[in-house]
Design a protein. Structure first.
Length: 137
C-alpha cells in the first residue's frame, strides 16, 4: 500500500512541477499525467491499493484461519466455533491454537475449527445503537 501511495505522490508532484513551468498545461509532465488518467492507470493504482489493503486485513482463506502473524483473530473478536456451531469470543491466538470463551468456560482448540463471521451492511445497520438521544445519530 505504501508503494502505491508513494508512486501516486510522485505523479502528483511531477504534474505540479510541470504546471508551475512556463508551458503549464502543455508541459510534458502534465501530458504524461493526462495519458495515465485517460488510460485508467491511475484508477488501476487505486484498485491495487485497495486490493493490497484487503489482503493484509484478511486472515481467512477458504473458511479456514491461516497462520500468519499479521492475519489472526484479535482478542475480543467474535468467531464461529465449527464443532458446536457456536459463536465464541476470541481470547488469545497462539499460532496453531486459539483460546476462546465458550459458554462461560475457556476452550482451547486448533485454528482449523474456527471460522470468521461475516456481517453484512444490512446487519450492521440493524445493530447500530445511537449515542445521541436528542437527534438519534
Amino acid at each position: 500500500m505504501r508503494h502505491v501511495d508513494r508512486l501516486k505522490k510522485k505523479i502528483r508532484t511531477m504534474r505540479q512541477a510541470g504546471l508551475d513551468t512556463e508551458a503549464m498545461e502543455f508541459s510534458p509532465e502534465n501530458i504524461a499525467f493526462k495519458l495515465l488518467r485517460r488510460n485508467d492507470l491511475l484508477d488501476t493504482l487505486t484498485k491495487l491499493k485497495y486490493k493490497a489493503y484487503d489482503q493484509s486485513m484478511t486472515w481467512m482463506t477458504d473458511g479456514i484461519l491461516r497462520h500468519n502473524r499479521r492475519r489472526y483473530p484479535h482478542p475480543g473478536e467474535y468467531i464461529l466455533y465449527v464443532p458446536s456451531q457456536a459463536i465464541v469470543l476470541c481470547g488469545a491466538y497462539m499460532g496453531d491454537r486459539i483460546k476462546v470463551l465458550h459458554n462461560g468456560k475457556v476452550l482451547e482448540d486448533t485454528v482449523e475449527n474456527f471460522k470468521k463471521i461475516k456481517i453484512g451492511m444490512k446487519e450492521k445497520k440493524q445493530k447500530f445503537v445511537s449515542r445521541c438521544k436528542a437527534c438519534g445519530k
